[in-house]
Ligand binder design. Structure first.
Ligand SMILES: [Zn+2]
Ligand SMILES: [Zn+2]
Ligand SMILES: [Zn+2]
Length: 1787
């Protein structure tokens, strides 16, 4: 769990919990035991979910465990069933045959072998034991024998995301049908580059706007909307697009071979790099027939005007044209520039370029005032982010303060509003920019209030949707009617006309009719305008995104505006700078936790989709795919995933299989076709970085984007990165727009929303350039500032954030020594702890079985492996058993390594000498460059930085000028020393190439890791000839096996064996002899299935050479034709930025073919020469290094305010070299923020590794807080209050977003549990101080504890562990049920007519115990956890509180007689209770009765059972429906013994209406979920108040109170603001009438009230549920006399002695809420089939028992998909509703 992740989980996910489930058949008895183990998995708090240990005695009995928090696991599956038959027994079994008898011995207890690396004991606890089942039923599905209502709880309340909803939401983003517009002009003749026999151009490399703007189908619904066809040879500006209705015409396909098929496919085409066709947008080349498969969702209109239609009038091709693939290699990034991928550095570069352009003058002109900026529809607020980055760079380069004042945003999409509020918090967010022109002064904000429209805007940046142009042309445009069209463009234009912002920057698709727009701005608004087409990839970022940008300057404020906008074009162009880094430089590293989270979310999201659409989808696309395959002769195979029509799919083992298998057929086949297509082009996609847009149909996206860049990121696209085997995640998509993702608060957005944000964002670099240019040319039109200097902000003094360092005890630290461990041991342990399957990641060990390929030694687990096939054998059990947890090896390795070290004995002179004496041939140019570049790297101090576990271990050392790696695999350890190239070196410079390889290396020998002979690599390219003989059989080539149909592929063969020989004298110059026989291993993967392994052994025994391989090692972005075969011992997949060490490489033209004998040129890139003088030297600092830690009796003070500062816990002082380069200012303490933490700790790892272990704080330390401590707002800010408004006469709760945003910010700004301070003294002493804020953790844990009862018995404690290793992934055991076999039978109940059976009596005795006084308490626990993963530290604050729960879950099986047992319980306890006086409870009327709530269908049955077993001993009150309540009085409830009712009775609208009346609030909101719950909670609160009034002051007072309260409700300003309803109905109406009848004056100011009065006159008397106006008979004299005569009481008014809920599993939605909130002293749940799948299931049970178990962990595999769905609904109902509800209500 990463530290950095902690702020990213949403605030609603305060607590996460993973329940370990264990489903076990209780072997001895065949009974199911019910236990669960639950433990925290997160840094957040945990509410201990265990039921009271004493709640179930069987726990103690069976397990003998009673220790709080002791670790227990029940027997794992598989070892349980040695005694009994686990097969489900028929119900007859239950008839007391003894089968249901518990013989569970404690013998299996403690068997924990199935839980590897058990986490610390605290994390485990014993859980819900109060559920029991006697008869074994492994299959726990509800039987059909009982009539049961539908299991509401489990149904999807959320309608599955359908294509339709997606379509419509997209329509929002684009303002409707965004798809139809224009296509730009193509250079004449370009399409002739490739022609079909028919002479029609087929490769129209135009980039229609639709490519970017079309709502993409992601394969989840129906196929992508059909693509509009276009005329290929139009020569007008725009052409008409339309949708053809014709059906897919497979039969109409003209079968004509394309001549080009036989061409190489590398056809080089010349094209103008500035042309938009380079952008990788796809070709519209498929014929009409294929287009016809539209579902009609996106009928496209040709609404352009005359002249344009004329041009396109020829319409689409009439005959079907064939798909064709003409492809040539092209690199999209410019490598002759220095690499730039940091967004801050990018802006530095941009701003530097502007020196001398007037940018400084602009800033000086404005100062000291801020630039006033407004944004409209910017989505992500890229303009604001860009201006922020510009400001930083200005300060850095010109020392100028440039500040902006964000006046307002306008955004219509709710989640974007929330994003803006959270991250930018502008004073106003307007909801709809259209309103800005409707009103003269005010407009509605996102929150529904009215706010004045700011008019004084310097710079307005706006995006607008392109649909607007369908109506827009200069002649027709009628701007006098602004409200009419509703388009955003008009709104912006009219805003400008009215408010005159000085400078405007507009963005839209580049195909918008910009010239018309320009003209419009001039003629209608008096602005000078100019526009440009700008592409993101021309502005630093390798992302094709062509957009039009326009600048408008107010002519009224600037005379030269016309001229200046012209200048703007030049300025913007001047800032151009092509991307020099490829995509991967902008993506996150593969093992970044955020990538993992994104992956899980994406995979999970897919699994939740409606799978029915799948077949539909595929049948619609199938023909299209077949056509495409046929056209390109790709054959029909599915080599990549091998997907089958039955739904199985297996992606290659490096891919995101969980995500991939959840895809639909169309996407699977898209994988296949894309792979085949690239194979045909000559490369293996899985070893090159390509981005496949999977949302596109196969003939639409043809994968022709130049290498290194990505196609346009769209809101709904699925950009699959081939080398990753998974898609870009949403965050990465944002990074591709140049957004500083590390700085944004993205807590609530789903992946899809992030992608939506990204897809609609403006690239920061582009909008930045456009704005900067605009400001420079237009600033003189702005109002000048006074010219004074701006006040410089003072830096906060951070020293007071950490206190108490004086109390630390100082020790000296010896960094020079390290343990000496023989190399052989290190190698052994390294291989024992290395990663054996990708799924293990950096720290895990899979519990799955493992397999290793006999040929290439590749390993996977059984679940992940299988594609490619390999030649697997299971890993022997000894090998698995001897595996070592990676964390352990890591720690021992660190002890073995020097932390500060230098490689001495290599100098320029020494190297020069060696070069001269060894006779190495090297070009003087190379040598000069190399020696110059490595000079600074020689002899410098290297410090331990980090280590990484993968298939091999790698240890990293760093210095400013060099880096060093130690790689350790099972055979070899090797140090590799690299020099770092200067940042200014171009990407493709020779120096970079030379420095990509290590310049020195050392292979340790003997008894430690630091002794060995160093070698230097002379970068000499040395070539020689090798002879390659084919041997063995001729095997089918990769292409042939892929099923490519063209003869050149189909018939391609290669030898199964190659013999390679070379001249003897060459061998000494090689690192390793490469001659011998190489066997082809086609099933072992590597690029193009071309792995060869040398089978002739070289040397033997200890000296045996490692296996050598010959294989294709493609570059990630290079021309496939230049990829070469290499000799290497290492065939792993490498990550971006890593380089494979190779022994030699073959000429790039060589490919294995079935020719008999070839002479091939072979090249070695460097020659290794020994340097005797070189050796490791440890650094002896000039003064001692010290560290200080707290003494054992460290006294942490705990008060309400103690969390303001952290307590120092580690303080290091270390002398650094005088010239140490540090990133921070000397002499001042710097507080490291979360983002910087990784860097700082990596750079201090050499120091902290040796001091991070602080003993003595690993056990819980108990602390006290002041008595009156309540909630610390600093550490646990109160969540936003639920607010109320009336919507359609109902009360509707919503979360106030104006409060929600500060709340989220407050959460973000909570005191950090760990604080890191660093400082470099002027004398070069480095100081590192770490503070721990335990108080904050305690405050948080305390605040999270359920507030129930007294808080004085809350126990608080904390601890700090310093050797924390994230727990490996475990397979969670299932929950199980405990048997009652060991319970002693109870005496027969006194009044029972039919005796209970023995097993029922056993259950009864247990039930009685559960109700008894002796039942032990249950500990609710909250733990707040904080991690400092860089140090392996974990701090926890804990709050625990005991509560007593009486009751439990009776889980005897269906038909077993739970009813009888329960009645027995009532009977056997009544004698005592009858006499017991009932204590009054505030807000409740205490009853002695047992309330039994049953499904409607069981009501009669229960009545019968009561009669049958108890005769007429007790007063039974049966309430079948709401009507039955009418005649009842409170007194009837008070005198009853047993009350039976149904859930449905409690959940009728009329019942809730009554509840509303008694609570004096408007009726409940519609729907379920949090909205209902909030209303209900509110109602209950008022019911309790009114019960007290009734009891204490009588019915008359209550009657008056109700009226008064209802009225006050109406006068509530807050509410009234939200009342949009035209008519008053329901309660409010009645209230109004009553009030009027009583002659009370009504607040005349209230709009609502006025309407209420109007209502009186109308005949529109509401007809909804009307009860009598006084259903409780409060005016009745008998009631006024004695409140107990009150009629129609509510169940919510009582506290029952006992509550029994039968078959709770079918209680869902509002039933659930209403039943769980009923109050009782004892609670029982009866269920023969409690769901036990996961923690969420257990929670549904615990809720009935009144126990809070905390928030679910929704990690994949832990929680059942349905429960995830339900949880997500809970989470979002409020956050998403406020805006939409208001809007809909207003409509
Ligand atoms: Zn695996
Ligand atoms: Zn293999
Ligand atoms: Zn606090």
């Amino acid at each position: 769990m990463s530290h950095s992740g902690s702020a990213e989980s949403g605030p609603l996910r305060r607590t996460r919990k993973r329940a370990l489930m264990q489903r076990t058949l209780d072997g001895a008895s065949g009974g199911l035991k019910y236990t669960s183990e639950s433990r925290t998995m997160s840094r957040r708090s945990v509410n201990r979910g265990n039921l009271p240990r004493g709640l179930d005695n069987t726990v103690d009995q069976a397990g003998g465990s009673g220790e709080s928090g002791s670790l227990e696991t029940d027997e794992s599956p598989g070892e349980a069933d040695d005694e009994d038959d686990p097969v489900p027994k028929p119900i007859a079994m239950s008839k007391g045959t003894g089968k249901g008898v518990d013989a569970s011995s404690g013998g299996h207890r403690g068997a924990t072998s199935h839980v590897p690396n058990r986490p610390s004991d605290r994390l485990w606890f014993h859980h819900v034991a109060a559920m029991r089942l006697v008869v074994p039923t492994p299959s726990r599905k509800p039987t059909n024998t009982l009539e049961k209502p539908q299991p509401i709880l489990l149904t999807f309340r959320d309608s599955p995301r359908t294509n339709k909803t997606r379509q419509s939401s997209l329509a929002d983003y684009f303002g409707g049908s965004a798809l139809d517009v224009a296509r730009p002009k193509r250079a004449p003749g370009r399409e002739k580059a490739v022609s079909t026999p028919s002479g029609r151009a087929t490769q129209l490399r135009g980039s229609p706007v639709t490519d970017e703007e079309v709502p993409r189908n992601t394969g989840l619904g129906s196929p992508a909307p059909s693509k509009s066809d276009s005329t290929g040879d139009s020569d007008s500006d725009v052409v008409i697009t339309r949708v053809s209705k014709s059906r897919r015409g497979k039969k109409q396909l003209m079968i004509s071979r394309l001549a080009t098929d036989s061409e190489s496919g590398y056809e080089e085409k010349q094209s103008d790099p500035d042309d938009f066709t380079d952008d990788g947008h796809e070709v519209v080349n498929a014929p009409t027939q294929k287009r016809g498969k539209s579902t009609g969702t996106r009928a496209t209109q040709a609404t352009l005007t005359g002249s344009r239609i004329g041009a396109g009038g020829k319409g689409p091709a009439k005959s079907k044209r064939r798909n064709q693939d003409s492809w040539s290699y092209k690199l999209g990034i410019q490598e002759d520039l220095p690499p730039l991928n940091d967004i801050g550095e990018i802006f530095d570069d941009m701003v530097k370029k502007l020196a001398g352009s007037g940018v400084k003058e602009m800033v000086r002109y404005l100062r000291p005032r801020k630039l006033k900026v407004a944004t409209m529809c910017s989505g992500t607020e890229s303009p604001i982010l860009a201006l922020g980055l510009v400001a930083e760079s200005m300060k850095k380069h010109f020392g100028l303060n440039f500040e902006i004042d964000h006046l307002f945003s306008a955004e219509i999409v709710p989640f974007k509003q929330a994003y803006i509020e959270r991250n930018f918090s502008p004073p106003i967010i307007f909801r709809d920019i259209k309103e800005l022109i409707d009103s003269d002064t005010d407009a509605t904000t996102a929150y529904g209030a009215m706010a004045p429209i700011p008019g004084d805007v310097d710079l307005l940046v706006a995006g607008f949707s392109c649909v607007d142009f369908s109506q827009l042309n200069a002649h027709k445009l009628d701007l006098s009617d602004p409200g009419e069209s509703g388009d955003t463009f008009r709104a912006i234009l009219n805003y400008a006309r009215k408010w005159r912002p000085t400078i405007i920057v507009l963005e839209n698709v580049f195909t918008a009719p910009w010239d018309v727009i320009k003209e419009t701005w001039g003629s209608h608004a008096n602005y000078s305008a100019e526009w440009l087409r700008l592409d993101t990839k021309a502005y630093y970022i390798p992302h094709t995104r062509m957009r039009g940008y326009m600048i408008c300057i107010d002519n009224e404020k600037m005379k030269s505006a016309r001229k200046n906008v012209e200048e703007w074009k030049g300025l913007v162009k001047r800032m151009q700078r092509p991307a020099s880094c490829p995509i991967e430089a902008f993506l996150l590293p593969e093992d970044d936790p955020r990538v993992h989270r994104g992956r899980e979310e994406l995979a999970k999201g897919l699994r939740g989709e409606d799978r029915n659409s799948r077949e539909v989808d595929w049948t619609k696309c199938q023909g299209r795919h077949q056509d495409y395959r046929a056209d390109l002769s790709l054959g029909s195979k599915r080599p990549m995933t091998g997907w089958e029509d039955n739904g199985s799919c297996k992606m290659p083992d490096f891919c995101w299989n969980d995500w991939g298998t959840a895809q639909v057929e169309r996407i699977w086949d898209t994988f296949e076709v894309s792979l085949l297509r690239n194979a045909r082009r000559g490369f293996d996609s899985q070893y090159k970085t390509r981005v496949w847009e999977l949302s596109q149909n196969i003939d639409r996206f043809t994968d022709t984007t130049p290498f290194g860049i990505t196609g346009c990121v769209t809101p709904t696209g699925v950009p699959y990165v081939t080398i990753r085997g998974g898609p870009m995640i949403g965050l990465e998509a944002l990074a591709m727009q140049g957004l500083p993702i590390e700085k944004l608060l993205l807590t609530r957005e789903h992946q899809r929303q992030l992608q939506d944000l990204a897809g609609n964002a403006m690239s920061t670099t582009v909008v930045g350039a456009a704005m900067l240019g605009a400001l420079i040319v237009g600033y003189k039109a702005l109002e000048p500032g006074s010219g004074e200097e701006m006040a410089i902000d003072h830096l906060e003094d951070v020293t007071k954030h950490v206190r108490g360092e004086r109390h630390l005890v100082e020790n000296e630290l010896d960094l020079a020594t390290f343990k000496k461990t023989p190399l052989a041991y290190v190698l052994r342990d390294a291989s024992r702890s290395s990663r054996l399957c990708l799924c293990e990641g950096r720290a895990l060990m899979t519990p799955n079985r493992l397999q290793r390929c006999k040929q290439c030694h590749h390993t996977t687990c059984l679940r992940c492996g299988g594609n490619p096939k390999h030649d697997y054998a299971l890993l022997p059990t000894e090998a698995v058993a001897s595996r070592l947890p990676p964390g352990e090896f890591e720690n021992s390795l660190k002890d073995t390594l020097p932390m500060r070290v230098r490689v001495a004995g290599i100098s320029g002179q020494i190297l020069e000498n060696i070069k001269n004496t060894s006779g190495i041939q090297i070009s003087s140019k190379d040598w000069k460059q190399l020696s110059g570049a490595i000079e600074p790297a020689l002899g410098v101090e290297l410090r331990f930085h980090s280590l990484k576990r993968a298939e091999i271990w790698t240890v990293f050392y760093e210095s400013p000028t060099s880096r060093m790696e130690l790689i350790i695999d099972s055979r070899l350890a090797e140090w590799r020393l690299f020099a770092k190239p200067s940042k200014r070196e171009n990407v493709n410079s020779n120096v970079r190439k030379l420095l990509a390889r290590p310049f020195a290396r050392m292979r340790p020998i003997g008894d430690n890791l630091v002794d060995g002979k160093w070698q230097f690599c002379f970068p000499t390219e040395f070539s020689f000839k090798v002879e390659i003989h084919g041997k063995g059989k001729a095997e089918r080539s990769w292409e042939s096996k892929l099923g490519l149909q063209e003869p050149r592929f189909r018939d391609k063969k290669l030898w199964s064996m190659l013999h390679l020989s070379l001249e003897k004298e060459v061998i000494p110059r090689l690192d390793m002899d490469i001659s011998g026989d190489y066997k082809l291993l086609p099933d072992c993967g590597t690029a193009a299935g071309c792995l060869h392994k040398r089978i002739t052994s070289q040397g033997d025994g200890e000296d045996a050479a490692p296996p050598l391989f010959l294989f294709l090692d493609p570059s990630r972005y290079g021309n496939p034709l230049e990829d070469y075969f290499v000799f290497s011992t290492d065939i792993r997949r490498y990550n971006y930025g890593e380089q494979r060490p190779i022994i030699a490489r073959l000429d790039h033209r060589w490919r294995p073919l079935c020719s008999s004998k070839e002479i091939v040129r072979c090249t070695v890139d460097g020659q290794w020469i020994d340097i005797e003088s070189a050796k490791f030297e440890t650094i002896v600092p000039r003064m001692a290094t010290t560290y200080a830690t707290p003494s054992l009796d460290m006294n942490v003070e705990f008060t309400a305010d103690s969390c303001v500062a952290a307590d120092a816990i580690l303080y290091c002082k270390v002398p650094l070299p005088a010239d140490e380069e540090v990133g921070w200012k000397k002499g001042e303490w710097v507080e490291v923020d979360r983002l910087g933490e990784r860097t700082v700790f990596s750079s201090f790892a050499w120091l902290t590794e040796r001091v991070r272990h602080i003993k003595d704080f690993g056990t819980w330390r108990f602390v006290d807080l002041p008595r009156d401590f309540d909630r610390c707002q600093r550490c646990a800010p109160s969540p936003p209050k639920v607010k109320w408004r009336v919507v359609k006469e109902k009360l509707d709760p919503f979360e106030d977003p104006q409060q929600a945003a500060p709340y989220e910010r407050a959460l973000k700004n909570r005191p950090a549990p760990f604080l890191t301070h660093v400082r470099i003294d002027n004398d070069g002493v480095g100081l590192l101080k770490i503070g721990l804020n335990v108080s904050s953790l305690i405050h948080r844990a305390f605040s999270n504890l359920p507030k129930k009862g007294s808080l004085s018995d809350v126990e608080l404690s904390w601890r700090l562990t310093t050797d924390y290793v994230p727990p490996p992934k475990v397979t969670l055991p299932a929950f199980n049920l405990r048997s009652n076999k060991r319970d002693p039978p109870c005496a027969q109940p006194p009044h029972f007519k039919i005796p209970l059976r023995p097993e029922q009596l056993r259950s009864l005795s247990w039930m009685r115990r559960q109700e008894g006084e002796s039942v032990s308490s249950f500990e609710e626990e909250e733990i707040e956890e904080a991690l400092l993963p860089h140090l392996g530290w974990r701090a926890e604050g804990r709050a625990t509180k005991s509560i007593v729960i009486r009751g439990g879950v009776l889980a005897d099986q269906v038909g077993y007689g739970k009813t009888a047992t329960t009645l027995g319980l009532i009977d056997s306890q009544f004698p005592g209770e009858k006499t017991k006086s009932l204590k009054g409870i505030p807000g409740k009327i205490s009853l002695r009765a047992t309330l039994i709530i049953v499904p409607h269908t069981l009501l009669a049955q229960w009545g019968g059972e009561v009669k049958k077993f108890l005769g007429s001993t007790y007063r039974v009150l049966s309430v079948p429906n709401a009507k039955a309540m009418n005649g009842l009085r409170i007194l009837d409830f008070q005198t009853a013994d047993i009350i039976i009712t149904t859930w449905s009775m409690l959940n009728t609208e009329s019942y809730y209406a009554k509840l509303a009346q008694f609570a004096a609030i408007p009726d409940m909101p519609s729907g379920t979920g949090r909205a209902f719950e909030a209303w209900y909670t509110y109602a209950l609160q008022r019911v309790a108040e009114h019960v007290d009034i009734l009891r204490d002051d009588g019915a008359q007072t209550l009657g008056q109170t109700l009226k008064a309260k209802l009225r006050s409700f109406e006068d509530d300003e807050e509410l009234v603001r939200y009342v949009p309803s035209k008519r008053l109905r329901g309660v409010i109406y009645r209230m109004a009438q009553q009030a009027k009848a009583e002659g009370k004056s009504i607040n005349a100011k209230s709009r609502t009230k006025r309407k209420a009065e109007e209502m009186d006159l109308s005949d529109d008397e509401p007809t909804t549920r009307k009860g009598p106006s006084d259903p409780f008979a409060l005016n009745d004299s008998s009631v006024r006399k004695d409140w107990r005569n009150m009629r129609n009481p509510l169940f919510q008014m009582f506290n029952f002695n006992r509550l029994v809920v039968d078959e709770y599993t079918y209680v869902g939605g509002n039933d659930h809420t209403s039943v769980t909130s009923l109050q009782s002293s004892i609670r029982w749940v009866l269920s023969g089939t409690p769901p036990l799948r996961d923690f969420a299931d257990i929670k549904t049970i615990s809720v009935f028992l009144g126990i809070k178990l905390g928030i679910n962990d929704d990690a994949v595999g832990v929680i059942h998909a349905q429960n995830i769905k339900a949880m997500e609904k809970e989470r979002t109902v409020l956050s998403s509703s406020p805006f939409t509800r208001v809007a809909s209500a207003a409509a």
